[in-house]
Design a protein around this ligand. Sequence first.
Ligand code: PHE
Length: 349
Amino acid sequence: MATAKPDTQKLLTELDDLLLKAKANIASTDSEEELDQERVRYTGRKSELTTILRGIKDLSDDGKKEVGARANEVKEKVLELVEKQSMVLRKKSVERASKEEELDVTLPGNKIPQGRRHIISQMQERTEEIFQRMGFDVVYPYEIDTDFNNFQAVNIPEGHPARDSWDTFWTEDGQIAITHTSAMQNRVLRSHEPPIRVVVPGRTFRHEATDARHEHTFFQVEGVYVDKGVTFADMLGTLQTFFSEFFGQKIGIKFSPDFFPFVEPGGMISIDVSGLGDSFMEISKGTGWLEILGCGMIHPRVLEMGGIDPNVYSGFAWGFGLERVVMPKFAIEDIRLIYKGDLDFVRQF
Ligand code: PHE
């Protein structure tokens, strides 16, 4: 019985056809899974390629060589096509993912909004510079401090009715979020030798309802001045000089008596804002006077507790709210805006 002898040319043609088919099938795959099926189909152990090669044993030696070499070429070519298609599929899937996230990776990056020094920080710096030029050192308060420093050392013993003027946040272990920068007075007195000239700018905290004029967190600037023969007039002169520098024009000040347990005599100082523009006039309710700080001659007991002999030395202290001057200066009507963290607000200054 005559068997149809596969001739070389026939097998070579079959290989060419196989390659063409593989090319088309590989190019039309849509997933890595499909692609892998095609790879196995054309190059695996039970592949069509293997079937063709089965006929090789009946060929002449030259024919075997020729078809064998061609089969290898076809196999390599197929693997190459698979590799290329795999890259195409990967790229497609990245594009699909980014389209789903509506992310166009070819667009330039977004500009992240830049911050700006906060208006309170800028004015704190200005305050520090002015006082430093006047010979003051700057120290910063502890935001959490003891009952002793916040109250007792400034002559407000436990149970003293004056404590009611400073509604307080307490920590669980009985410390205080400082209600005023006066909490640093005792440390300042203890750590400096007269003449003492120190300002203490820092954040203070009060447990109270907020409104356009009140925040639970605000900024105070304390001043402590101690030397031999310091008088009330020195205090007025120091504060007047500061405010004139701060506002860039000569500022009048007015003292009205008031009570603070840590000063005697003590009172409030108002500044003459009649020359500072409409928003100042408005905030002073048309009077032209804006009350901005408490001050007075340091109480002898406070000096004593700070290790300073009140028979030899005298001094004055003050504490003013920085927002009190910043708000009218920049026509900010609501103190809560200052601490909202709104970038549009912050960037205005
Ligand atoms: N600590 C006072 C307050 O917060 C202000 C003050 C400071 C008054 C120093 C007198 C002397 O109200």
